[in-house]
Design a protein around this ligand. Structure first.
Ligand code: ASP
Length: 443
């Protein structure tokens, strides 16, 4: 067991968690026991990952930029990254639209199922809160997201996990200014951040020691709090359309990796797998970010100059899985509720789903909030919105888990492509959690 690769340990934890959760559903009060006594360990794990996200982004981005020595390289990396992110997202949405139009999952949903889902969810707190959040987002102007990116207080940005882009903005500003004051003057600060970076990566290693147990807790809780299995079956065709699209995206990434980086795509996925398994278990690309960074840098060999920018930015703005899901869900709801979507409506979905995935927070369920905005952009009748969301609510959590895996895989793939294109993809040099342990242990 000791020498088993991390991804196997995590996988075993996940399977045992699912089995345990299933067992507990048949025990009276089982869901409460899991919620009270098991789930907190999963929550602690997610909190620990989030705890180190901000210091890790700052330390690694400062190191990445100050290692560059040349600002024009940074512009090069930035433009490529944004360009490829937009490209992969548009492809993801197009795949979603093609599949949902070919399979037409919405046309097979019976009136009875629609009524049952509407009765169960249309007035539920979950659906209401998604719609409220969406109306808050919608009321802002077109350039609001650029304004929001600039913090007016660096410390308050750093104290807020949802302000990742603000932290990135401040750090890039700091890093570029460090380049401009010259190597000698910047050295003390650079040494500090280099060391902080090493320390935070060690913290990732230590946190990951508990990952197999944490995913057990997270998945057991997902299983005991999941919905009526009959409803899940009624939505199977829709769920399979989303999952099919996500699998096509994974194959697409593998193709990109093998063509452009000349690395074996199966090796690539294997190196990334602990991050993917965590994305699945936590449904949050933001919580997974520290692990994604560690895997991509140490195990895939992407230079920090690239990964320190591409990955945090990707976690916030690049969500291929989410945008594919939004495209499928918007058309599925229209099909099921008999709303006629014209070709121009479908083209509008491409643009709004792209913007929505940029605007979606990297946390569980965020994709569904932005789905409201996608639906409104095609003039979906406002009075049917709650019913539309109710239709897909029952399967949202499992689909969220799957789309988060794609979001994380997409970010990692793009970081490898950009790194290769600027000559910054090296042979990986993994570090272990117990490197230097002997030095600090007295015998
Ligand atoms: N949970 C997703 C993420 O964190 C966002 C979403 O699709 O809801 O990447």
């Amino acid at each position: 067991m000791k020498n088993l690769a991390l991804h196997w340990k995590i996988l075993i934890g996940m399977v045992l968690g699912i089995l345990f959760g299933l067992g507990m559903t048949s025990v009276p009060g089982g869901a409460k026991i899991v919620g009270d006594w098991i789930n907190p360990f999963g929550t602690i794990f997610v909190k620990l990952l989030k705890l180190i996200a901000v210091p890790l982004i700052i330390a690694s981005l400062v190191k990445g930029i100050s290692d560059l020595k040349d600002i024009s390289k940074f512009r090069n990396i930035g433009l490529r990254t944004i360009g490829i992110y937009i490209g992969t997202t548009v492809i993801a949405i197009t795949i979603g639209l093609l599949l949902v139009n070919i399979i037409e999952p919405g046309n097979g949903v019976s009136e009875e199922t629609i009524t049952k889902l509407t009765d169960t969810y249309a007035n539920s707190e979950g659906v209401k809160s998604k719609m409220q959040e969406a109306s808050k987002q919608k009321n802002s102007g077109p350039l609001q997201f650029v304004v929001d990116m600039v913090p007016d207080n660096a410390l308050s940005a750093m104290s807020n996990n949802t302000a990742m882009l603000q932290v990135i903005f401040f750090t890039i500003f700091l890093g570029i200014s460090m380049l401009l004051i010259g190597e000698k003057n910047a050295k003390p600060l650079k040494d500090f951040f280099d060391s902080l970076n090493e320390v935070v990566l060690k913290m990732v290693d230590l946190i990951m020691l508990s990952a197999p147990f944490a995913v057990f807790a997270l998945l057991a809780n997902v299983v005991v709090s999941s919905n009526d299995p009959d409803l899940l079956v009624a939505l199977l065709k829709y769920a399979l359309t989303v999952v099919g699209g996500l699998l096509i995206m994974i194959s697409f990434y593998m193709l990109l990796v093998s063509i452009f980086t000349r690395k074996n795509p199966f090796w690539f996925l294997q190196q990334l797998s602990p991050a993917q398994l965590l994305a699945f278990s936590t449904s949050s690309s933001a919580a997974t970010l520290p692990v994604t960074m560690e895997r991509v840098e140490e195990h895939i060999g992407v230079d920090k100059e690239v990964s320190s920018f591409v990955l945090p930015v990707g976690a916030t703005i690049n969500m291929d899985g989410t945008s594919l899901y939004q495209a499928v869900a918007a058309v599925f709801i229209s099909q099921a509720l008999g709303f006629d979507l014209s070709l121009s409506g479908q083209l509008t979905i491409i643009v709004t789903a792209l913007l929505a995935s940029i605007g979606s927070a990297a946390v569980p369920g965020a994709g569904m909030v932005m789905l409201v905005i996608v639906l409104e952009s095609v003039n979906f009748p406002a009075e049917k919105l709650a019913i539309g969301l109710a239709l897909i609510f029952a399967v949202d959590r499992p689909l969220d888990m799957c789309r988060t895996v794609i979001n994380v895989t997409g970010d990692a793939t793009v970081s490898a492509l950009v790194a290769k294109s600027v000559g910054k993809l090296h042979d990986p040099k993994p570090k272990n959690w117990n490197d230097h342990l002997d030095e600090v242990k007295s015998n």
